[in-house]
Write a protein of this length. Structure first.
Ligand SMILES: [Cu+2]
Length: 304
């Protein structure tokens, strides 16, 4: 990554914007900001967006988040097992690399759920969720073309299985923070609830997972009070469930236990839940019907 005078100046400006933002957030406290969309982005937004546009900004705005605790599997570390994530936001485009234990940019990946790379973005208040599949160039640089990002402090997660190096075959989630300049408008976390709605669908979650313990979560999808039974496979499952921890943005991917069979899925799906921390988690359930992807969100409280 070549640093020019321009990018250096931009980086300084970004740092200044981040400082201003921190003050803004502190001043706003928990005042309710009503009417703000929270969580689920429009279903089509940011997912499998074809093509990519290269902004003129280069690799400005690079931000190195806290490295997290050694050995953690909460997705908060930028480096784990010898693999390191580096990235920078340019407009709504996040460009990143993974460096392997040999010090070289990783170019070999094992597909998981049909994709070499699963990428997530979420703002520090757990709003603005995006899940997409970046494009990799021959030199190993990934480009994630995100939908528009609201100003604020974001965290970008790369979830992948290395195809080379000492960690070959072992799934990793690495992340870094990135600042989107501008005045951030905090979105309060919705209260814990057993249901969430999207596009006319209602998802209901049952189960009471305890922090750090394996458990099961059951999700039921309904529409107009009727069970939904025409779920289509999406990434080889009937639903994709990710969760982010309020406060520190720890990440969890809940693996489906319900196999994909012929015919439609639903209305009930089971997930293996292992949420490492107590407190509120924002859950994002993605499922597909009629060729359209839907993203429902709800807040789940996990007991200690
Ligand atoms: Cu994915």
């Amino acid at each position: 990554m070549t640093r020019t005078t321009t990018t250096t100046r931009r980086t300084l400006l970004t740092a200044a914007a981040a400082a201003a933002l921190a003050l803004t957030l502190a001043a706003c406290g928990s005042d309710a900001m009503s009417g703000m969309d929270h969580g689920a982005a429009p279903s089509a937004a940011g997912h499998d967006m074809p093509g990519m546009s290269h902004g003129p900004d280069g690799m400005a705005g690079m931000s190195h988040g806290p490295a997290g605790m050694a050995g953690s599997s909460d997705g908060l570390a930028a480096e784990q097992g010898g693999y390191r994530l580096d990235g920078a936001l340019a407009g709504a485009e996040y460009r990143f690399t993974v460096t392997g234990p040999d010090g070289k940019v990783l170019t070999s990946y094992q597909p998981e759920q049909t994709k070499e790379m699963h990428f997530y973005a979420i703002r520090s208040d757990l709003s603005g969720f995006q899940h997409l599949h970046p494009v990799r160039s021959a030199d190993g640089t990934w480009t994630a073309s995100l939908a528009a990002l609201q100003p604020g402090e974001w965290r970008m997660y790369a979830s992948f299985v290395p195809g080379a190096g000492s960690g070959r075959g072992t799934g990793l989630v690495l992340s870094r923070t990135a600042t989107v300049p501008g005045q951030a408008t905090p979105v309060p976390l919705p209260a814990a609830a057993t249901t969430g709605t999207v596009d006319g669908y209602t998802v209901t979650v049952a189960g009471a997972p305890k922090a750090g313990a394996a458990g099961e979560l059951t999700v039921t999808v309904s529409k107009d009070g009727q069970p939904v039974t025409d779920l289509e496979p999406y990434l080889e499952t009937y639903a994709h469930l990710t969760a982010f921890h309020a406060g520190d943005q720890a990440f969890a991917h809940l693996h489906p236990e319900t196999p994909v069979t012929t015919g439609g899925g639903g209305p009930t799906l089971s997930f293996h839940a292992e949420l490492p921390k107590a407190g509120d988690w924002r859950l994002f359930l993605q499922f597909q019907t009629g060729g359209a992807l839907h993203t429902a969100a709800l807040t789940l409280n996990v007991a200690a």
